[in-house]
Write a protein that binds this ligand. Structure first.
Ligand code: ZN
Length: 92
């Protein structure tokens, strides 16, 4: 996990062992930078200047690790009601 993602989420211990790709770390850092930020797949790909397929795989990885969740609501960037990704809040 990158230092930026660690600083923003404080979740190094819980995610370091299961985070695999650098792109997943970039996606998590982007989403964690602004509290309660929820972005659709296309807007995350635009922000990171990466292809949709790669970002989709990174999001799948982050959902499987429990770092983010997927909900149906308005995307913060494009304003469309879509399935968006956002950082999962700690339950405590
Ligand atoms: Zn969007």
């Amino acid at each position: 996990m990158s230092a930026r993602a660690t600083a923003l989420t404080g979740r190094r211990a819980s995610y370091a062992c299961i985070m695999q790709s650098g792109l997943a770390e970039r996606v998590l850092a982007e989403l964690a930078f602004t509290p309660d930020l929820a972005l659709c797949l296309r807007c995350i790909a635009l922000r990171l200047d990466f292809d949709l397929w790669g970002v989709g795989e990174a999001i799948k990885e982050l959902i499987e690790s429990g770092a983010i969740l997927s909900v149906f609501t308005m995307c913060a960037d494009c304003g469309e009601r879509e399935v968006v990704a956002r950082v999962r809040q700690k339950p405590w």
